[in-house]
Each structure stands twice: as C-alpha cells, then as structure tokens.
Design a protein around this ligand. Structure first.
Ligand SMILES: [Zn+2]
Length: 75
C-alpha cells in the first residue's frame, strides 16, 4: 500500500513538473520589444532621412520624403 502511495506521489510530482515546464516554454523568450531596424533613405530634395516604407521613390530612382518634394525636383 505504501508503495502505491509513493507511486501516486511521484506521478503527481511529475505531472506538476511537466505542467510547470509547459508554462515556461509557452512564455516569450524575451520581454523586450522587438527592435525592427527600418532601412533609412535620404530625401533627394531636403536631405532628410526617412524610413524606406514611408518614402516615395521618384521616376529618377531617387528617394523623397513626400510627394511634394518628388514633384519639386521633377519641375
Ligand atoms: Zn524631402
């Protein structure tokens, strides 16, 4: 009977240990926010650096911070 109780206790301990490991593995590795490095491009008109995503590529292949500057150079 004592052996059976020890067996149950060991099983319970293994179960809680396994549940604990599952909980840890589901947690994100680092709590730091992701640092996405955006490529920067220089405006051909005002020389201001802006992210490539928010920039406009002109017909001349140059980058511009806004449509106005792209049109200014084109004139
Ligand atoms: Zn500009």
């Amino acid at each position: 009977m004592a052996r059976f109780l020890i067996f149950i206790a060991v099983c319970t301990a293994i179960y809680f240990l396994w549940a604990h490991i599952q909980k840890i593995s589901k947690r994100p590795v680092s709590s730091e926010p992701k640092q996405d490095i955006e490529p920067m491009v220089k405006c051909n008109y005002c020389q201001v650096y802006t992210t490539k995503k928010s920039s406009i590529k002109g017909n001349d292949g140059q980058w511009y911070c806004c449509l106005t500057h792209e049109q200014q150079v084109g004139k």
